[in-house]
Ligand binder design. Structure first.
Ligand code: PLP
Length: 430
């Protein structure tokens, strides 16, 4: 049975695992071990020399992670994946796997604030420059590219504006320039597969929909295996020249017997080995549980969100609804091109009464949780102007799409009528 012939709903339950070879256990076991007994010294030597792939130490690989990695890779149509301790670790590794001091990369301005800080400030301290551009014109990525540009980076469905990124257009610019596109698809699992639109690497904060229950922090990187690093020569010295930290291995050559996995193999055996941002086996298990129901959950997340957006649009206290299915023109066209079977579970709206009304609305909620998170099974709400975006000036808040009365909702799996009833009673008090 080839994974390629199965539907996503089936892959979510079966890819990468049938049963435990020693016990027959059908649920994926939690391999809560730090290390693995080598068969003999030749086996150990082969593993360390990458002549044979296998388990050495849980900081860099683990059988529970392996199932999670194979499963997410199959769902994305990739060739291999790497589980990490958080979404932040996945974003960090995605870039550090290609960039060193003196290099740059180009990134959409519409990204999660934590990623923005990492790229604008912390990577800058390492000598890596992030060039932020407006993604509404894909040519902005080309204009910001030079000989030291190593990748493009964006989010599929960035909040608060919820304007879907033009994946194929920017991927095409990148392929013309010899630069891979990395997509953070955290807010759009199952409804978008960025690799199909030309992205080279996909990443997730598994903390959100993949886990789905708000219990565990994690991240994952998926290698599309569709980018010819070797053909770009000097553009990718970290993959195409001898690596002094691994017996002078040239990653694009070393992987030839294994397939097009140079990117993800280097991320594992160099970055994860050295930075140690490992996921715990227990959390890998939690994410496997989450992914089993992800296709079904995303359907309900999306249908609930559509109902909530429809309700908000008809409410007179709401001056604007921000939802991919309610956008118009070119931005709406992108939502329809890249999202299928729903527009995601995030809904924003603006209260005519501004900041005070936004805060009163939040304080009046009884069912929805007031938290700084998205992608939980429960419905969540936050008022960005007084929380996540409060450090920005009002002008910068406006640029990022946050007006004083903006409220962000992450719609969960409760009955839609109950979610709407809670929102309605809170609006009455706002
Ligand atoms: N990417 C996106 C789109 C996010 O929303 C987040 C967190 O909110 C992250 C990455 C970072 O993920 P984590 O919190 O798992 O480190």
């Amino acid at each position: 049975m080839s994974d390629r012939t199965l539907h996503p709903d089936t892959l979510a339950l079966h890819a990468g695992y049938r049963s435990d070879p020693t016990t027959g256990a059908v649920a994926v076991p939690i391999y809560q071990t730090t290390s693995y007994q080598f068969r003999d010294s030749e086996h150990a030597e082969n593993l360390f020399a990458l002549k044979e792939l296998g388990n050495i130490y849980t900081r860099i690989m683990n059988p529970t992670h392996d199932v999670l990695e194979q499963r997410v890779s199959a769902l994305e149509g990739g060739v291999a994946a790497l589980a990490l301790g958080s979404g932040q670790a996945a974003s960090t590794f995605a870039v550090l796997n290609l960039c060193q001091s003196g290099d740059n990369f180009v990134c959409s301005t519409a990204i999660y604030g934590g990623t923005w800080n990492l790229f604008a400030n912390t990577l800058k301290l390492l000598g890596i420059e992030c060039r932020f551009v407006d993604a509404n014109d894909p040519e902005n990525f080309r204009k910001a590219t030079d000989a030291k540009t190593r990748c493009y980076y964006a989010e599929t469905l960035p909040n608060p504006k919820l304007e879907v990124f033009p994946i194929a257009d920017v991927a095409k610019v990148g392929r013309e320039e010899g630069v891979p596109l990395i997509m953070d698809n955290t807010a759009a699992p199952m409804i978008c597969r960025p690799l199909e639109h030309g992205a080279a690497i996909v990443l997730y904060s598994t903390t959100k929909y993949m886990g789905g229950h708000g219990t565990s922090i994690g991240g994952i990187l998926v290698d599309g295996g569709n980018f010819d690093w070797e053909a770009q020569g000097d553009r990718f010295p970290l993959l195409n020249s001898p690596d002094p930290s691994y017996h002078g291995a040239v990653w694009t050559e070393a992987v030839k017997p294994l397939g097009p996995i140079a990117y993800i193999l280097r991320a594992r055996v160099i970055l994860l080995r050295d930075f140690g941002s490992a996921m715990s086996p227990f959390n890998a298990f939690q994410f496997i549980q989450g992914i089993e129901s992800l296709p079904v959950r995303m359907e309900r997340h999306c249908s609930n969100a559509a109902k909530v957006a429809g309700f908000l649009a008809s409410n007179r206290q709401v001056s604007k609804v921000i939802y991919p299915g309610h956008h118009t023109g070119e931005v709406r066209q992108r939502a329809d091109t890249y999202l299928s079977n729903g527009y995601g579970a995030l809904v924003g709206f603006e209260l005519a009464g501004g900041k005070n009304a936004g805060q009163r609305f939040i304080d009046s909620l009884e069912l929805l949780y007031h938290v700084a998170n998205i992608g939980d099974a429960r419905s969540l709400a936050i008022h960005p102007a007084s929380t996540t975006h409060s450090q920005l000036s009002e002008e910068d808040q406006a640029k990022s799409g946050v007006t004083p009365g903006y409220v962000r909702l992450s719609i969960g799996l409760e009955h839609a009528d109950d979610i709407i009833a809670d929102i309605a009673q809170a609006l009455d008090k706002a």
